[in-house]
Design a binder for this molecule. Structure first.
Ligand code: NAD
Length: 365
């Protein structure tokens, strides 16, 4: 599509913001409009690098506000919607599922309804052809359920077996997206991706939580035996995967995006401890910047690890088979885990004001 105008929902969150920064860098003549409700997980600071770019606009609003979505699609001439907005933290879905049902299911339905109306129904009623369009839905590998250690990774053809309120709400949204294509001809694609890591990751999630706790010399909580396995992908490689799906993906198809990079949670935590110890060893001045990080400075961050009661219904293993995306779209992650992981830890060391503002709550202002 030439002269793209993208509506990116949830663009102030972790992956959405990384996607917007990537997209505006790669597609300099495209316009990007972010629609974000700025929940606790949304942060305008994530988009600081593109504020002032004439091709970027931020709209503070809720995806459940169908009239607002319709007017943005119509008035801004949007032809591509990339849908990241969601409640995304599994723990929160266990203690308070309501917001997950509201945003992930009703919110996705609202976007589908608005897209169908503006891109298909209104032109048809005016005797015109539908607007050339794409609705891309960003989803997760968690919809496929859990795997045993020796089971084959998830393929796009695996049955959906979501186990948490989060993954169930994402699965429901995936089904709605599929139905809008089959029933109404909305031109949709969906990508199901594994765990992302990288800059701007909210410090309630495993990697930034462990880093910031080490810097505060706080305990590093590990659920159960810590042997839960996840596949980890550098966030910019997720953005690249979505770009490929948008440019070359077949309408109506699902594409798995993964990193061929499975780690047990406890091993990821130990790796962070080791790298933080090394960072303090090679730069003794770090302790002046992070005076509480006494275990890191002594090279003993692992001593902060504590095992806590496992999460209810905790899935044991997720693993992605991205062969279809690789064969059909030529997808391969670009970033090695080694460099992506080091870059990410360095980013948290270099950007303390970003996460400190989250921890002390001032980012909400
Ligand atoms: P996030 O929690 O960091 O960000 C979500 C964003 O959505 C926030 O900016 C928030 O303000 C916004 N939002 C929430 N409710 C909204 C509403 N009702 N209206 C408008 N905006 C709203 O999430 P993330 O980790 O960046 O995940 C983005 C998407 O990618 C989600 O759909 C998630 O399911 C999916 N995903 C995430 C991962 C991962 O590892 N984080 C992996 C695979 C897929």
């Amino acid at each position: 599509m030439k002269n793209n105008t993208l509506l990116v929902t949830g663009g102030a969150g972790f992956i959405g913001a990384n996607f917007v920064l990537y997209w505006l860098e790669q597609h300099k003549s495209d316009r990007v409009i972010v629609l974000d409700a700025l929940t606790y997980a949304g942060n305008r600071a994530n988009l600081e690098a593109v504020e002032g770019n004439p091709n970027f606009r931020f709209v503070h609003g809720d995806i459940c506000d169908t009239a607002l979505v319709e007017s943005l699609l119509r008035d801004e001439g949007v032809n591509t919607l990339v849908h990241f907005a969601a409640e995304s933290h599994v723990d929160r879905s266990i203690t308070g599922p309501d917001a997950f049902i509201e945003t992930n299911i009703i919110g996705t339905y609202s976007l589908l309804k608005a897209s169908k109306k503006v891109w298909i129904d209104e032109p048809k009623a005016a005797g015109q052809v539908p607007v050339e369009h794409r609705f891309h839905h960003v989803s997760t590998d968690e919809v496929y359920g859990t795997l045993e250690k020796d089971e084959a990774p998830f393929k796009e053809t695996n049955q959906y077996q979501p186990n948490s309120p989060y993954s169930a709400s994402k699965a429901a949204s995936d089904h709605l997206v599929r139905a809008y294509h089959h029933t109404y001809g909305l031109e949709v694609t969906t990508s199901n991706c594994s765990n992302n890591y990288g800059p701007f990751h909210f410090p309630e999630k495993l990697i930034p939580l462990v880093v910031t706790n080490i810097l505060h010399d706080k305990p590093l909580p590990i659920y159960g035996d810590g042997q839960q396995i996840r596949d980890w992908l550098y966030v910019e490689d997720h953005a690249r995967g979505i770009e490929l799906v948008l440019n070359q993906g077949q309408v109506g198809e699902n594409y798995n995006i993964g990193g061929h990079n499975e780690w047990a949670n406890i091993d990821i935590v130990k790796l962070i401890c080791m790298q933080m110890n090394q960072a303090f060893k090679s730069n003794p001045k770090l302790i002046e910047k992070f005076p509480l990080a006494t275990n890191a400075a002594k090279g003993s961050s692992e001593e902060l690890i504590v095992y806590v009661t496992d999460r209810a219904g905790h899935d044991r293993r997720y693993a992605i088979d991205a062969t279809k995306t690789q064969n059909e779209l030529g997808y391969e992650p670009v970033e090695s885990f080694e460099t992506g992981f080091s870059k990410t830890l360095q980013w948290y060391l270099d950007n303390a004001p970003w996460w400190q503002a989250i921890i002390d709550g001032t980012y909400r202002k």
